[in-house]
Design a protein around this ligand. Structure first.
Ligand SMILES: C[C@H](N)C(=O)N[C@@H](Cc1c[nH]cn1)C(=O)O
Ligand SMILES: [Zn+2]
Ligand SMILES: [Zn+2]
Length: 490
């Protein structure tokens, strides 16, 4: 297939591409404006900024001519007993022509925390372009891709060109905290999703320098393990040596979750992992993936496994356990001699087919209670599962995968790698289970974008080519959908 653009294969495509190329600075400025809003969903103090971010997104969709509905998501209960409102979710629609396909685009406008002191070379909320890369928190996860969809629609609208599909948007502001309330929102708005034919998510990364299409992700079971000693923090000179310290108990519990070779120590945790078939094993051999480049992208020296196949399998089809942090522990600079009274360990398990959150929760709780019992500690242990997002795997034979493959080939000149992803987008499986519609992930982020990391970025090229990809995807989707409808005619 010949890439579109300079080859002048289709006048409409040339017109769309020309517009996108000549307006790219405007699109980049829009991203800079979005990144300037610290819409970190984990920080209750930034809830105002997060709500503002949702409102700005809603205004951008309204400006495209979409009908926009801001849906109340209820309240978040904070650890200190207070409640604050969750940011509203956006349901928007553009076009209602029953002879066209309807595609629903999902994205999120909340971001992970970021502080300059974490080691960022640039201000995370002041997008900075260096050597063709746009650095800033949310650049790739997920503000850049959400804006790329908006840019694609804006291109059609400004050129007064008919959009070949009906478009719906569902945009949320709490994806990074596990999308609480989204399942209820989808259930409560079943009529909004009833005429949706395809769901597309652009919230993950390519695996290599080659474009990719993603057909599976791991899930996430996120746990808090709390150990409470006394009622207040104490001086280690006055109480150290005479009490059972909560922190010591917690560190012991955390150390009993995983060993140094990455083996999870929770009995039964791998019992439900789907066995590796010969057919699946062969799939890994043909995937373009450079271990050294992946090490470089992550700034790591050594992986736990040495072959491409093992690494991909341990990212995509085996569970992993990560200890993320300890709330209530002293973590500042200096040498504070405190005994913390209550500490909360935070860890998550990336779940894979056919693991079930409820089973994982029961196995984790039992294991921690058994380990704690051996300590004979008088302290109080509480284990809770905060997020229970299931893994997702799609049928790649669905027509929208064909449309996306065609669009990628036309924009980038090469067919995509068909990949899975080790991270989680809770909505993918929820959508698939509730709506029974085809879900696809169409990433535009580069493998080295550094989601959740310092120096998160998206390249200008991926952002602008991604905008073109989305514009062409509408065309390709309308073609395959038409063919499908024609086949279904008696
Ligand atoms: C892949 C997506 N951009 C993302 O970062 N998702 C989060 C969702 C999550 C899971 N547990 C808590 N949040 C992730 O995979 O960490
Ligand atoms: Zn994301
Ligand atoms: Zn994220």
């Amino acid at each position: 297939m010949v890439p579109y653009g300079s080859h002048g294969s289709e006048p409409l495509v040339d017109e769309l591409f020309n517009y996108i190329d000549t307006h790219q600075d405007e699109f980049v400025q829009d991203l800079k404006d979005w990144i300037a809003i610290p819409s970190d969903s984990s920080d209750p103090l930034l809830r105002g900024d997060l709500s503002k971010m949702v409102e700005i997104t809603a205004e951008s969709l309204q400006a495209l001519g979409a009908t926009v509905n801001l849906v109340d998501m209820g309240e978040e209960k904070l650890n200190d007993g207070r409640s604050i409102p969750f940011p509203k979710a956006i349901l928007a629609e553009l076009g209602k022509n029953s002879s066209k396909a309807t595609v629903c685009i999902y994205g999120h406008v909340d971001v992970q925390p970021a502080k300059k002191e974490d080691g960022w070379k640039t201000d995370p909320y002041n997008m900075t372009e260096i050597n063709g890369n746009l650095y800033g928190r949310g650049a790739t996860d997920n503000k850049g891709p959400v804006l790329a969809w908006i840019n694609a629609v804006k291109t059609y609208r400004t050129l007064d060109q008919e959009i070949p599909v009906n478009i719906k948007f569902i945009i949320e502001g709490v994806e990074e905290t596990g999308s609480p309330g989204l399942e209820d929102l989808i259930k409560a708005n079943a009529s909004f999703f009833a005429d949706v034919d395809y769901i597309v998510i652009s919230d993950n990364l390519w695996l290599s320098r080659k474009p990719a299409l993603t057909y599976g992700t791991r899930g996430s079971a996120y746990f808090f393990v709390e150990v409470e000693g006394g009622t207040k923090d104490l001086h280690s000179g006055t109480f150290g040596g005479i009490i059972h310290e909560a922190m010591r108990d917690l560190v012991y519990l955390l150390a009993n979750l995983i060993d140094s070779s990455g083996h999870i120590l929770i009995p039964g945790i791998c019992d439900d992992v789907a066995p590796l078939t010969e057919e699946e094993r062969r799939l890994y051999e043909n995937i373009d993936f450079d271990l050294e480049e992946h090490k470089n992208n992550g700034g790591v020296n050594t992986f736990l496994y040495s072959t491409k196949e093992e690494i991909l399998q341990h990212l995509w089809r085996y569970p992993s356990l990560t200890i993320h942090g300890i709330e209530g522990a002293f973590s500042g600079p200096g040498s504070k001699t405190v005994i913390p009274s209550k500490v909360i360990g935070k860890f998550s398990i990336r779940q894979v087919p056919d693991m079930k959150s409820a089973v994982v929760q029961q196995q984790v709780t039992k294991h921690l209670e058994d380990v704690f019992a051996k300590l004979k500690s008088p302290n109080k242990l509480t284990v809770s599962m905060q997020i229970g997002a299931s893994p997702w795997v799609a049928d790649v034979n669905d027509p929208q995968y064909e449309a996306a493959r065609n669009a990628i080939t036309k924009v980038f000149g090469v067919p995509p790698d068909m990949i899975r992803d080790g991270s989680t987008i809770p909505l993918a499986r929820i959508f698939q289970d509730l709506t029974k519609k085809s879900v696809m992930m169409l990433p535009i982020g580069g493998a080295d974008d550094g989601e959740h990391s310092q120096h998160e970025k998206i390249s200008r090229s991926n952002y602008i080519q991604g905008t073109k990809l989305f514009a062409i995807f509408f065309l390709e989707l309308s073609k395959v959908h038409e063919e499908l409808m024609a086949k279904k005619q008696p």
